[in-house]
Write a protein that binds this ligand. Structure first.
Ligand SMILES: Cc1cc2nc3c(=O)[nH]c(=O)nc-3n(C[C@H](O)[C@H](O)[C@H](O)COP(=O)(O)OP(=O)(O)OC[C@H]3O[C@@H](n4cnc5c(N)ncnc54)[C@H](O)[C@@H]3O)c2cc1C
Length: 466
């Protein structure tokens, strides 16, 4: 009766995994995506370009080797945008190939163009030449993502005043940059450009940044960024941005003026749901262009699912993929477990941050007692070998039964290391497991044992006194 069993709108992480999962379950699947956006924001303008750029910056600046070879160590003296773009374009190209390949191998049809609802089971697809076609399906998964929110008062020109999508199209490495918004994306880019030698000023309306993270970790990050000449303007807002031939001036509400080659807005993202003619499907979006869903990722129209950034928090590629898989399983009547509550957060600043579980502040507010076990990279042989003297791993441990309540990591490999803590926590493991475990030596993973011993010793000391 329908062209497809499952039709997916958008080929970002959510849509892609939904399509593959449904195809693996033997369903006829189609994915609608614009010509030049296979892989979504994730591959083309977001996660992958930014993480590749970070890797290029770390390599070319030699930043992570300066502890060993001195503060003047550089792999390349004059780093150009072409140096950075070469690596980014290479990885984007490869990743697009991988996705195309996976879709083809699993017999997923790629419908090229912009999709909109014609009725609850039919989408109109308009290709880049304006030609229209229709595709119908029993189930639809919306994974149309978000775009950067742009204040209407700011005159973006893609050169001096840009949003985070514009970073990868910069013509040169700016000498100075104002980053508006100290969210994850803003701070990641601020740290990359600071490492390149750009003089960065971060303007943030709130008094803190990344307040969902461990306070001690954020203090350490701020210290490092200030060391790279980043200036923070917390509790300040940008009132206007003036554009000139040679750059821009950000005028703050307090009256301060900051001149910079580039002003980058990183002020949140707006859902793309309103562009989909939702009314034709009996749906509507919220003020931020997002859709609400139930625990199975069903919208208010039961055969239409939504996953990924278009449903809001946590808006990560990591979670979007799993949402896509779970939505597809539900749509195909395949039993699936619920999304685990325990999810890691990775922030690819320089240095990087990662955590899982709860923070000290959250536990204190909830009056949950905890003990802290700390390991510093400089006490680990691997830390010395790689020249990371600032890294740290912190375990938050329940004193009564030794369960891990949180793992917070700052420094080299944080986003990889966190998964050891995730596995222990996910299996209800205790700090005893980490105390007893033998780790490869010399590794950064050994930090778990050092931190576990630290927590254990503190708890033993307390119980002896009592
Ligand atoms: C700079 C930056 C860095 C990031 N870093 C990380 C990170 O390190 N780790 C992490 O986990 N996440 C990161 N994210 C977030 C991550 O990119 C998103 O969470 C993820 O891409 C969302 O996936 P999605 O499935 O919602 O689709 P998206 O990746 O948002 O893609 C949606 C796709 O839908 C298509 N589409 C939309 N409407 C239509 C339509 N009507 N017709 C046809 N196609 C349509 C778009 O063309 C697009 O390709 C980052 C984001 C940004 C911007």
């Amino acid at each position: 009766m329908y062209d497809f069993d499952v039709l997916v709108l958008g080929s970002g992480p959510g849509g892609q995994k939904a399509a593959i999962a449904a195809a693996k379950l033997g369903r006829r699947v189609g994915v609608i995506e614009r010509d030049n956006m296979i892989g979504g924001v994730c591959i083309n303008t977001g996660t992958i370009p930014s993480k590749t750029l970070r890797e290029a910056v770390l390599y070319l600046t030699g930043l992570s080797q300066r502890e060993m070879y001195g503060q003047n160590y550089r792999v390349k003296e004059d780093i150009t945008v072409a140096d950075l773009a070469a690596r980014t374009q290479h990885v984007i190209g490869r990743e697009i190939d991988v996705i195309r390949n996976q879709l083809t191998r699993n017999r997923v049809s790629l419908l090229s163009g912009f999709g909109k609802f014609a009725d609850p089971n039919t989408l109109t697809v308009t290709d880049s030449r304006g030609r229209e076609s229709h595709a119908s399906a029993a189930k639809v998964v919306i994974a149309s993502g978000t775009r950067p929110a742009r204040p209407s008062t700011v005159d973006f020109d893609e050169r001096t005043i840009i949003d985070s999508d514009g970073i990868i199209n910069l013509e040169r490495v700016p000498r100075s940059m104002v980053v508006v918004g100290a969210g994850v994306i803003g701070i990641e880019y601020a740290s990359m450009f600071a490492a390149l030698g750009t003089k960065v000023t971060v303007v943030e309306r709130r008094d803190r940044m990344l307040e969902f993270c461990d306070l001690e970790v954020i203090e350490a990050l701020k210290y490092h960024l200030r060391d790279l000449a980043v200036t923070f303007r917390f509790g300040e807002s940008v009132a206007s941005v003036e554009r000139y031939a040679e750059g821009a001036v950000a005028v703050l509400e307090s009256g301060k003026k900051i001149a910079a080659d580039t002003v980058m807005y990183s002020a949140g993202r707006q859902g793309t749901a309103p562009e989909l003619e939702l009314a034709a499907a009996g749906l509507s979006s919220d003020a931020r262009g997002r859709l609400s869903v139930d625990e199975h990722f069903r919208t208010s129209v039961p055969h239409i699912y939504a996953v990924g950034d278009v449903i809001g928090f946590p808006a990560l590629a990591s979670t979007s993929m799993e949402q896509g898989r779970l939505a597809a399983h539900h749509a195909c009547d395949e039993p699936a477990r619920a999304m685990p509550a325990l999810q890691p957060i990775g922030i690819y600043t320089i240095p990087e941050i990662s955590f899982i579980g709860r923070t000290e502040d959250e536990l204190t507010e909830a009056k949950v007692p905890f003990e802290v076990g700390m390991a510093r990279y400089r006490e680990l042989a691997r830390g010395q070998i790689i020249g990371d003297s600032y890294g740290m791993l912190k375990l938050l441990v329940a004193p009564d039964d030794g369960r891990l309540l949180g793992v917070h990591i700052f420094g080299t490999g944080a986003t990889e290391l966190v998964h050891i803590g995730q596995a222990v926590m996910g299996c209800n493991g205790t700090v005893d497991y980490l105390v007893d475990a033998v780790f490869n030596y010399p590794t950064l993973a050994e930090a778990y044992k050092v931190a576990a011993l630290d927590a254990m010793n503190k708890m033993r000391h307390l119980s002896r006194l009592q």
